[in-house]
Write a protein that binds this ligand. Structure first.
Ligand code: ATP
Ligand code: MG
Ligand code: MG
Length: 379
């Protein structure tokens, strides 16, 4: 069999490897960490940094095609690999996703509304900020995730202090919007331009980290569902994107749909697809990179995903204790996914629980029971 490579050894790479292996491929992972979740389950583990020329050469030698699971893999490494083998997504698309300023400019170009914003990369730009953007959120343009690198500011004085605290790196200031809910759409686009989507996911974040995703009929108003899918596709097509792309949205209190950001890879909010769809987001990733056909995925179950953060291991104090999986798995339709991370830490993504059922009411009831057993707050 051919070998498929992935840059990055986290849980997304691990689940990609599982999907690739079940379709008969070998997998190779590039990640420095000897205990990386994807490296532990792959046939080849190249243990260098993402920019190491020897590591990249070795990966290219092993693989028939390469993808990425980690948003901040240097775009230059993807471009370098693309000289000798198919790489999806392309470095050019990943470069836009890595930079909030370029990302927002892309949304504007595609005609998809995003939050009012301004770039702050110089003291002059800081001084010129329009008060109408306050209260707002100052976000570093690069490298932020799970709400890291963001400071909420109410006044100009707070903004000045926040930019200092972020070490005066390039940032965007976004206006704080009144959110009714958050949702996301995952699309997969092939090299021939075929594009398919997963259903719209309704997401609940806690402390800047995804906590719960719900996907079933009636979880969002129909007009916003259609708008979100159309917007996600136009963002992907505008990038000439190949691979799996997640587009995150805000639904405002007035019902308006606003794009938040994109992730150029499978996404935490798409994990339910492993158990509630007939094709998972990771299988879509494999199909994109190997030019296999993309068929529109079909949802066969109502579903809720609960993220399993390291905090659940510390419910009884500072000594890590494995949560009561036996009690959770006694409930109907619970699918446990753990990432094989060596040690639990608070706020670390350790796994997720997909719950499936025949109806929205049934899946919510079971998910709330599972949440109570685990000590996850109700939703
Ligand atoms: P991810 O882990 O999804 O990449 P991130 O660190 O890139 O997260 P964002 O998605 O930009 O962060 O913001 C994190 C969360 O903060 C959002 O999901 C939303 O709940 C809230 N948020 C961000 N921007 C705004 C805004 N302009 N108005 C209101 N809430 C916001
Ligand atoms: Mg982000
Ligand atoms: Mg986000």
């Amino acid at each position: 069999g051919a070998t498929l490579g992935v840059l990055g050894g986290g849980q997304l790479g691990r689940m990609f490897a599982h999907a690739a292996q079940s379709m008969g491929y070998f997998t190779a992972v590039l990640d420095q960490d000897p205990t990386s979740p994807a490296g532990l389950v792959s046939h080849h583990h190249v243990r260098t940094g993402y920019e190491d020329p020897q590591g990249l050469t070795e990966l290219a030698r092993l693989c028939a095609a390469v993808t990425t699971e980690f948003e901040n893999v240097p775009a230059g490494s993807l471009n370098r690999l693309a000289e000798s083998l198919p790489v999806s997504p392309a470095g050019s698309a990943v470069a836009i996703a890595q930079d909030r300023a370029a990302e927002k400019a892309h949304f504007v170009k595609c005609g998809v509304p995003c939050a009012p914003y301004a770039v702050i990369a110089t003291p002059e730009q800081l001084a010129a900020i329009n008060e109408a953007l306050l209260p707002g959120i100052l976000k570093t343009a690069r490298m932020g995730y799970d709400g890291k690198g963001q400071i909420r500011v109410k006044t100009r004085a707070e903004l000045v202090a926040a930019w200092d605290e972020l070490k005066n790196v390039a940032c965007v200031l976004e206006k704080m919007l009144p959110l009714a809910h958050e949702c996301s759409v995952i699309v997969a686009r092939g090299r021939n331009g075929d594009i398919v989507n997963l259903p719209v996911q309704r997401n609940l974040h806690r402390d800047g980290i995804l906590a719960v995703t719900e996907v079933y009929e009636g979880n969002l108003p129909a007009t916003q569902v259609e708008q979100a899918i159309a917007a996600a596709k136009s963002v992907a097509i505008g990038l000439d994107y190949v691979g799996v792309l997640c587009v995150e949205f805000f639904v405002l209190e007035n019902g308006q749909l606003v794009v938040n950001e994109i992730a150029p890879r499978p996404h935490n909010s798409g994990h339910y697809s492993q158990n509630a769809m007939d094709v998972s987001q990771f299988e879509l990733q494999v199909r994109c990179m190997t030019n296999l056909p993309l068929v529109q995925p079909r949802q066969h179950s109502a579903t809720v995903m609960l993220n399993l953060l390291g905090d659940l291991w510390f419910k009884d104090g500072d000594q890590a204790r494995t949560p009561a999986w036996d009690r959770v798995l006694a409930l109907p339709g619970c699918h446990l996914h753990l990432y094989g991370k060596v040690d639990a830490k608070r706020a670390r993504k350790m796994g997720h629980l997909n719950i499936t059922a025949a109806t929205p009411a049934a899946v919510r009831a079971t998910a709330l029971q599972a949440a109570e057993i685990l000590g996850i707050a109700p939703f």
